[in-house]
Design a protein around this ligand. Structure first.
Ligand code: GTP
Ligand code: MG
Length: 246
């Protein structure tokens, strides 16, 4: 009896230890897509401060050689993107990441980096598989026109109705996901719906989605890189969200 009890006790301790080691070993990969964004250097520093010096930072880049040299001096992994589009850039970055928690943030300094920490905490504690940084409750002055705000809210509403998940800002550039969730979709060819691609494919596979509020700042340097026409991109996204749902 005593022997059995001892055995049960040591099994529990063993399990607890294993779980503690597993939790401690959770590693973070941060993927940043960029085309010649000056703000990326500040974001790299902030991410290390928030998430630890040892996080893996992967920059998926479509910039000049001069810019890449500056990036390499920051001791990050740089992947030079051969194809086009932010969705392909993100997929390439995530596929080469080693972490058990996978995060992403735009390189233009518009998303509040603090949100990464909160979102990582939610995913690493198992409260959600996918967390989006919702910009729309804290848009700073001059950061988003009424027209773009309407577009972002409308596409989020379309997403919520189609995929049955209440999401306020499906096109945010800050999000975090669990490695296992990503492994389930890593074989897919991404389509042009920005972060909506990850949200949609994970929602279809019944992964849980949650949001954290972040501030959204005005772009400080250079022009937009995403597309020549946000209107065209937006209609395309609505169409693809519908098409890929079923
Ligand atoms: N590697 C790579 N990065 C991209 C590509 N398109 C956009 N990016 C980056 O993705 C992020 C989001 O693009 P933005 O141009 O900021 O798009 P946006 O936020 O809708 O536009 P703004 O409101 O003008 O900032 C930025 O860090 C860009 O540099 C791409 O095709 N490849
Ligand atoms: Mg931007």
């Amino acid at each position: 009896m005593t022997i059995n009890n001892k055995c049960i006790y040591s099994n529990n301790v063993y399990e607890l230890l294993l779980r503690m080691i597993f939790m401690a070993k959770k590693s973070i990969s941060l993927i940043i897509p960029t085309i010649e964004e000056e703000s990326v250097f500040k974001i790299i520093d902030q991410a290390r401060e928030l998430l630890g010096k040892n996080i893996e930072i992967i920059i998926v880049d479509k910039s000049s050689d001069k810019y890449v040299k500056k990036l390499q001096a920051k001791n990050v992994k740089v992947i030079r993107q051969k194809d086009r589009g932010i969705e392909n850039a993100l997929m390439t970055g995530f596929r080469s990441a080693k972490g058990s928690i996978l995060a992403s943030i735009d390189a233009d300094g518009t998303h509040e980096t603090k949100g990464l920490k909160e979102a990582v905490h939610i995913v690493s504690s198992g409260k959600a598989d996918f967390v989006l940084g919702n910009r729309l409750n804290n848009v700073q002055e001059g950061a988003m026109s009424a027209y773009l705000r309407f577009g972002n809210s409308s596409l989020s509403l379309i997403f919520s109705l189609l995929y049955g998940r209440k999401v306020s800002d499906v096109l945010t550039g800050l999000f975090v996901m669990d490695r296992e969730a990503f492994d389930d979709i890593k074989h897919l060819k991404p389509y042009r719906t920005g972060t909506g691609f990850f949200a949609g494919e994970l929602a279809k596979r019944k992964y849980s989605i949650s949001e954290v509020d972040i501030k959204y700042f005005k772009r400080e340097h250079g022009p937009s890189k995403l597309t020549k026409s946000k209107l065209f991109y937006g209609f395309g996204m609505a169409y693809l969200m519908l098409k890929k749902r079923f």
